[in-house]
Design a protein around this ligand. Structure first.
Ligand code: SF4
Length: 520
């Protein structure tokens, strides 16, 4: 017999190792490791989500006729100890495993295999549409593979939203239609869509909530407030709910941010997708079916499809293409530590306060909040990319290494010499004022450029282009703000520099706060 080892983010009935197994003969191995859960100070809801989803998945497998050897966290075993016990019980010939989704997990299973002198066979994962090697080949044929090229290739390959060889609606991208602002929202007098379907914790989830509270009491968030599904059945219900209630306006308002309306028209399916409870194909196909049946417009469906088969696949491909040291890059030499208030939301900047408090409450923000509020601040304040990466990995319930490394190092911090994004995602307060209602409740004024009441994003933005003027003046896409900066009077420049220095020394001090990892 062989062992089929299923990791905590591989909970799919289409798991490729499971697909090659024999339920009469083989045994499934699943391990909850306390040390892995304590590797970082993960948000408690993230731990509840993963452990509860694992326990439910194990029950699904047993009902489907599989023998499951399951190590619970309370047993206190490390991965290696649990695997040793499994070998003593079942004496398998080999371990089969779908390719782990991170370098850390890949190394762990390989090391254990070596130590126990057992063959560990890694089967190409089915959790992504694109194979890692295909992506590598595609990237090697280009000087620089950008997301849009990759996305079009996947559209052609899969036939999603295609009419023969042409894109549906004769356009690859409807981004220009998908930028409605706060003014548009107010004009339409819209109200947010119906609330998300309610998830009531069952006995398994309640037990996990107690366990997480006990074992990880010093981690941020409240595990008992978990709000997303932990089973495939519920995940499918959420997918259907999204398609019916939120997909039709998703495109129009995908960049909008409102205080007290965290979800708006977003799908919130990423936690389930990244655990394997949903497949990317079924999400995309459900959205396309809604378009074909005139239940959702093309700009919304294309925007959603691009997030999944464009960004999701591109970010995963980049993670494996760039290698394990990509996470260490710091091209802009940003050295400030992450301020401790990222874990409390206590800041006078209302946009950041609103978004961070939501992160602490839900373990989730939508992509614009992550990129253009939190990420924008990280970039402009010069926070060390690796500290920012640690925070994103800890705080988001859908965050795994493969998704966060390229997003934070590449998109947020522009620390990779522009490999993932051709220009930094830097914005002044004007962007946040246009795309949110946060400024309405802020003690700062987005229209003031300097002085104690000016929006800090305004002077931090120019301070950023001042600091990196040399680098960005040579890039066609970023030379304009540098030129604009250079045209300013010496007095204006000095005022902006002084405001930025004063703000940073007060709110992003260089002394190290109490933070990030607690080693296993
Ligand atoms: Fe954020 Fe500036 Fe608006 Fe305040 S004024 S909410 S700091 S963008």
């Amino acid at each position: 017999m062989k062992t089929i080892w299923i990791l905590g983010d591989q909970l799919s009935l289409t798991n490729s190792a499971l697909a090659g197994g024999d339920r009469q003969r083989d045994v499934v191995l699943m391990i909850e490791s306390r040390a892995r859960g304590a590797f970082m100070r993960y948000h408690q809801q993230k731990l509840v989500l993963i452990y509860s989803a694992m326990r439910h998945f194990a029950e699904d497998l047993k009902r489907a006729g599989w023998t499951v050897d399951y190590t619970r966290l309370e047993e206190g075993l490390k991965f290696e100890e649990a695997v040793q016990r499994h070998f003593a019980r079942f004496a398998p010939n080999e371990i089969h495993l779908a390719q782990p989704n991170s370098y850390l997990e890949s190394e762990t299973v390989t090391k254990i295999g070596r130590k126990l002198a057992v063959t560990v066979r890694l089967i190409p994962t089915a959790q992504f549409i694109c194979d890692r090697e295909d992506f590598r080949e595609e990237a090697s044929s280009k000087v620089r593979l950008v997301m849009e090229q990759h996305y079009r290739r996947v559209r052609k390959k899969t036939g999603y939203l295609m009419r023969g060889s042409e894109p549906e609606g004769d356009q690859w991208n409807f981004d220009a239609d998908n930028r409605l602002t706060l003014i548009d929202w107010k004009k339409e007098r819209l109200v947010a869509p119906p609330p998300l379907p309610r998830v009531t914790p069952d006995a398994i989830t309640r037990e996990v909530m107690e366990m997480v509270k006990r074992e990880y009491s010093d981690h941020p968030g409240r595990g008992e407030d978990l709000w997303v599904p932990v089973t495939r059945e519920e995940a499918l219900r959420w997918l259907a709910d999204f398609v019916e209630h939120r997909l039709p306006r998703f495109g129009d308002f995908e960049d909008l941010m409102l205080a007290d309306e965290p979800i708006l028209f977003h799908s919130t399916l990423s936690p389930m997708l990244n655990l394997g409870l949903l497949t990317p194909q079924e999400c995309v196909e459900a959205a396309i079916a809604a378009y074909r049946q005139n239940r959702a417009p093309l700009n919304a469906v294309e925007g959603f499809v691009r997030q999944i088969i464009g960004w999701r696949e591109y970010i995963n491909g980049t993670y494996w293409l760039r290698g394990p040291h990509y996470r260490d890059l710091n091209g802009l030499r940003a050295t400030r530590p992450l301020p401790a208030w990222f874990y409390t939301g206590e800041t006078p900047m209302n946009c950041l306060s609103q978004v961070l408090r939501q992160t602490i409450a839900l373990g989730w923000n939508h992509h614009i909040q992550r990129l253009m509020v939190i990420g924008n601040f990280v970039l402009l304040a010069g926070i060390r990319p690796q500290e920012a990466l640690g925070w994103y990995l800890e705080m988001y319930i859908d965050a795994f290494d493969w998704v966060m490394v390229a997003n934070v190092i590449g998109l947020v911090c522009h620390a990779d010499e522009g490999r993932v994004a051709t220009k930094p995602y830097a914005a002044s307060g004007a962007y946040i004022r246009r795309m949110s209602n946060y400024c309405e409740g802020c003690r700062f004024d987005p229209n003031q450029k300097t002085g104690p009441n000016a929006c800090p994003f305004n002077y931090l933005y120019w301070n950023f282009y001042d600091t990196h003027a040399q680098r960005f003046s040579q890039n066609q896409r970023t030379s304009m703000p540098v030129q604009a900066w250079r045209k300013r009077s010496p007095l204006e420049k000095e005022t902006i520099r002084a405001d930025a220095a004063r703000f940073l020394s007060e709110y992003v001090p260089t002394s190290k706060p109490v933070l990030l990892t607690s080693p296993s």
